[in-house]
Design a protein around this ligand. Sequence first.
Ligand code: AP5
Length: 216
Amino acid sequence: MILILLGPPGSGKGTQAKRIEQTHGLVQLSTGDMLRAATDSNTEFGRRVKAIMDSGQLVPDEIIVEMIDRRIVQTDCRKGFILDGFPRTVPQAEALDAMLARRGLKLDHVILLDVDEAALIDRLSGRFTCGQCGASYHDRYNRPKRDGVCDGCGGTEFIRRADDRPEAVKARFEVYRRQTAPILPYYRERGILRTVDGMADIDAVTHEIDRILGSA
Ligand code: AP5
């Protein structure tokens, strides 16, 4: 199964992708996580990407498309994958179609997490993630069962993202409206776009996605 999760910053793509990964045996391909891993390396490329991400702008299409094109041929993707954060522009959506067609693969679902942007500032300012496995938590809505210990891997180091500062969040919303929202009609016209209420609580969103994926 190949699935795209779409939605503005903080809509819950990463949270839901991690759950789907476990329940449906798919691999989460988060372009944000891949890019953050690249920025950890002390290279010119890493510094350039970090500056773009911290400002809330998009990394150039050709870098992202090549990254995904190389990733989807790896053996763990054979059972299917969840695209979290990709595509984010019309050229990326077109490039995805071409790379899937080249390999005889088909996109099964595109799910939009529909949210109220004003509420997302609160979600993003309270977000923290496990430094070891990347599981996403929130100061109020989604705390680990034991304070300071990741539910998934037992890790004890947590990270807050530089682009969750209010100025960067504002820029990310603006970029979403201008560059990412235009891909919605692209999928709507093909009849594969489904919308889920992303303002519902986390379990309710998961349940709705499961229903769409045909297992609930
Ligand atoms: P990326 O890492 O993809 O960030 P994003 O799309 O802005 O999305 P987020 O990760 O911020 O949010 P999310 O929707 O995953 O929400 P989450 O589940 O964490 O991209 C970062 C940057 O990388 C981009 O700005 C760009 O520079 C670059 N980039 C990435 N992909 C690119 C591409 N394709 N092209 C070009 N550049 C690219 O949830 C947020 C918080 O809310 C958490 O604390 C969570 O616990 C909580 N929460 C989740 N769901 C709920 C709920 N239903 N109710 C209450 N709280 C909830």
